[in-house]
Structure formats: C-alpha cells, structure tokens
Write a protein that binds this ligand. Structure first.
Ligand code: FAD
Length: 491
C-alpha cells in the first residue's frame, strides 16, 4: 500500500483554485504510480496528477486522489541500445515528467545542452507544460510539447504505455524483449493525443525530449506604438527576422495611440568582459518586482484610484526598456521576478491569418468600453506571443501558426475575471482557443470543443482507451464536456 495523506487541502500557487482531495499521494516510483491508479479504480475514485500547481484554471483540481509528482523528477538513462537503428542520441534527453524546467535546464546546461525554447517561467514541470500546451514566443517553435519524442504513460487499469509517432525512436523488437509489460504504441494519432492531455489521458511518468546544443541569447526591449507594431505584424517580417519576438501593449491610449514594448531575442556569442548591465536585467525593476508587497501595494493603488491605471502601465513599460541583456538561453527566456507578482491570467490563441490583428483591435476596443461603462481596468499590459503550428491534437496551436494574447491581471483586480471572460467570448468569433492552464470559461455546451479542435474525435478515441474506466475524470473534464456523465437516465 502506497502512503498517502488525508484531510489536506490543496491550492494552486496563485490561490484561486481550491480542492479537498480524498487522498494526496507522493509516489517515488513507477510501481507506486500504477498501484495508485489501480487503488483508485478499486475504490471507485478518480486520479489527477499535478505538477507544480501553476495553472490558473481548474485543470489540476480533483476531488479524488491527487498525485504529487515531485518524487518523480529524476534524470533517466536514455537506453541507447533500445533506440531504432540510425537514431542519433546526442541531442536526446530522458527524464521523469515531474522534473521542473528549472532542474531540467540545469541538467541540460551541465551536459552542454539546452531546450530550444521556453515560456517566460521555469517552475512548471515537464508533464505540466506538455499537458496544457505551454509555449514561448518565436514563430519557428511550436509549444513545448513538440520537444517530446517519446512519452511513458500510466493509463487506466495501471497499464503502461510508451507512446511515440510512427517510426518513433524506440526499436520495437528490442523494447518488447526488455519491457514485456509495457505496450509500445508507435502511432501518429496516439502521439497527437497524449502530448496535450490536460491530465485526462493518464499519468505521464517520463519523456524523451529533443534538445539543442547550449546557446546564448541577446534580448533587446524597445518602445513602440500599436500603429507601428500593427504595420509590422501585417507585413510579417518581424516574425521571421527574429528568433523570438513578442509584444507588451498598454490597452489604454496615450494621446492617439497605445504604447507597446517590443522584445526581441536573437542568438548571440557568449559575453566576454561584458558590462554587468548587459548581462543582467534592469536591476531596480527586478528588485522591485521581487518584493512580495509590491504586487499587493499596486493592487491597492488600482483599487483606490483605478483611473491612474493607464498611466501606471505606461510607466511599467518604459521601465522595462533595455538595449541589451545577453545570457545563457534559459535565463533570457525566463522573464524573472515579474513571475512572482501576485497575478492571474487568461490567454487565447488566434490564427496568424489576419484575424490576429483584428483580435488585438477587438481587445483594445472592449478594454476602452469596459473602462467607460464600469470603471473596470486591465491592471497589467497585454502580451502577444507567436507560436508555430503543431500536430498535437488539443493544443491551442493545432494546425495553425498562432498568436497568443495573454491578458494578465494583478491579483484582487476589481471586475478582472469578468473582463477576461468577456474577452475570451469575443475572441471565439475570431477563431480563439483558450489556454488550458490559464483562466477560461469553456464549457461543454454548443459542441464548442468539437468546433475548435478538428481532431477532437481522434483525441477522444485515445481517451476512450487511456481513460477507459473514467479514473482520470475531474471537475475540469466534466466542465468542458470531455468526461461523459455516468448517469444514463431512466431506461
Ligand atoms: C508565473 C507563471 C508563468 C507562466 N508562464 C507561462 C508561459 O510563459 N507560457 C505558457 O504557455 N503558460 C505559462 N503559464 C501557465 C503554465 O505554464 C501552465 O499552466 C502549466 O500547465 C503549469 O505547469 P505545472 O507543472 O504547474 O502543472 P499543473 O498546473 O500542476 O498541472 C497542469 C495540468 O497538467 C496535468 N499534469 C501535471 N502533471 C502530470 C503528469 N505527470 N501526468 C499527466 N498530467 C499531468 C495536470 O493534471 C493538469 O491538467 C504560467 C503560469 C504561471 C503561474
């Protein structure tokens, strides 16, 4: 019997999601993980794995067995002998999926390697970022789940699977002999499904990732206006000319335009004898953002005097201007202390086909309207990031290059959740798909998921196997209509 705790509450890191799971497990081995799934099925309970609890949405919430995966965070041997002939293991790394990106980056650095891209933070786990299609910015890079080449999953019944695309890394004959108890599935549909499973397709135990040789990046942050950024986006060159390109925009106009901060990150040589201000971010901004009280004070200011919000946002963007920050890649991707400010966020992906520009205009118009009607304000700039299309079925970037619009709110913003919900609704009309890990109001009504995701049926077919008993159902999967109700009605 695997040890567990009872009568313990769980909250996500922001504190906006609360659950009272029946049991909380902290498995240390694959054997314990499979035993937990079987025990849940014996008890008629559900199982939900959590990573670092960094999702703002209810995607990690469970009323059944909650599985903390911090004990499953070790590097694993690649087992080069089990790779298909011709596979080059040099740029592959295999780890347990509860490993946080922070430790993964350190591990890769020690080996002279690096993740090709990252989001703005590193506290999330490998399984957590894959499961919600977490992404960074840079049109040559898909979401982080695209770095996975092979994933080991525990499905319903405690069954073990290694899932890869057709012609995947693993040599079937060698693997079958070495692991007779594990089913090797080399199938594009399965691989399309399991990478983004929102916790509903079993528990990921480990993954083999494609990485790069370690590299350095130079980040430059300049001020612009929405009119200029819009022209650049319409021309499109900025996306291909920069390895990474992203925008922060003040939703409120100063004069006739909205202030923008443009961030580019491009490959650089390792800095030698560089001035300290070139190898670290703006020190004052970092120190201020790292103070736990700053976020609360700002929240208080926005509450007492909401009308100064547009001016505060302009000043925040101006404070971030920087002509050079050069460092090892994963430090540049990480936006630093700003991640610790108390905040929550919604993010919606729209196709990069012209609707992306219309989407920004819609957001700006609505922000202005809500400000006038109800004195409700965005209390952080809006971020625009660019992600390459993926073939992961339930990724927000499935089948289309995507612009992600991130709408961040300081914690305690009056009317904040309502404003985010209104934006999300408006962006559906422009092909918007909400980020699974960020605040969203999706429901199973009106066949929304089917209309957003062309491969929903294929994903559900894999779901029917990996979650055959419903053991990976959750309040989230019921909300969005993935989990069928057990109630059959009167026959
Ligand atoms: C400060 C901050 C910065 C962020 N920055 C970005 C960003 O730059 N880009 C972006 O796209 N998103 C960003 N996010 C969102 C975040 O990356 C996602 O919500 C991510 O899923 C959180 O990972 P986690 O490890 O905390 O997973 P959790 O939040 O704990 O879980 C997320 C989902 O993964 C599932 N899961 C976790 N472990 C497993 C497992 N072993 N097997 C199966 N399922 C599992 C859970 O059941 C749940 O469905 C940010 C969030 C915060 C709080």
């Amino acid at each position: 019997m695997v040890n567990y705790r009872t009568r313990t509450r769980w909250r996500n890191t922001t504190g906006n999601q609360l659950a009272e799971p029946l049991r909380i497990y902290t498995p240390q081995t694959l054997g314990e993980l499979t035993e937990i799934v079987r025990e849940a099925e014996r008890c008629g309970c559900t199982v939900r794995a959590i990573g670092s609890s960094h999702s703002w949405s209810d995607v990690a919430v469970t009323e059944g067995f909650l599985v903390e995966t911090g004990g499953l965070a070790h590097p694993l041997a690649l087992e080069a002998g089990l790779l298909r002939a011709g596979v080059d293991p040099t740029l592959l790394v295999r780890v347990e999926a509860g490993m946080r990106l922070r430790e993964l980056n350190e591990l890769l650095d020690q080996r002279g390697l690096a993740l090709p891209n990252m989001g703005g933070y590193d506290a999330q786990t490998v399984a957590g970022v894959m499961s919600t299609s977490t992404h960074g910015s840079g049109i040559e890079f898909g979401p982080l789940c695209d770095f996975a080449r092979s994933i080991d999953v525990v499905g319903s019944g405690g069954a073990l699977y290694r899932v890869e695309p057709r012609e995947g890394l693993t040599d079937p004959a060698g693997f079958g002999a070495a692991y007779p108890g594990v089913r090797l599935v080399q199938d594009d549909a399965w691989f399309g499904a399991v990478r983004v499973g929102m916790g509903c397709l079993g528990v990921m135990h480990s993954a083999t990732l494609q990485v790069e040789r370690k590299f350095w990046l130079k980040e430059v942050r300049t001020l612009s206006t929405w009119a200029r950024v819009r022209a650049d986006l319409e021309a499109g060159n900025v996306l291909s000319e920069n390895r990474h390109y992203e925008i922060c925009i003040n939703p409120y106009r100063r004069g006739s335009d909205n202030l923008c901060l443009v961030t580019t990150r491009n490959r650089a040589e390792p800095p030698t004898h560089a001035a300290p201000d070139k190898t670290q971010r703006n020190v004052l901004t970092e120190i201020l953002a790292a103070q736990p009280l700053i976020g609360r004070i700002l929240g208080g200011v926005f509450r007492v005097a909401p009308r100064i919000t547009p001016e505060v946002l302009d000043q925040a963007l101006e404070a971030l201007v920087d002509d050079e920050y050069t460092n090892i890649s994963y430090k540049v991707f990480n936006i630093g202390a700003a991640n610790r400010l108390p905040a929550y966020s919604a993010e919606v992906g729209v196709p990069l086909d012209g609707r992306h520009v219309a989407a920004v205009e819609t957001i700006l118009r609505m922000a202005d309207q809500r400000r006038r009607i109800g004195d409700v304000y965005h209390t952080a700039p809006i971020a625009l990031r660019f992600v390459k299309r993926t073939d992961a079925y339930m990724s927000m970037m499935y089948g289309r290059d995507t612009m992600m619009i991130e709408l961040i709110m300081a914690a305690d913003t009056d009317g904040g959740f309502g404003l985010l919900a209104a934006h999300e609704e408006a962006l559906y009309a422009l092909g918007g798909r909400p980020h699974w890990g960020q605040f969203n109001t999706l429901t199973g009504s009106n066949r929304l998921l089917e209309s957003m995701y062309p491969k929903y049926a294929e994903w559900m077919a894999v779901h029917a196997v990996l979650n055959a008993t419903g053991v990976f159902n959750s309040p989230f999967s019921k909300r969005v209509g993935i989990a069928a109700s057990a109630y059959k009605g009167e026959e």
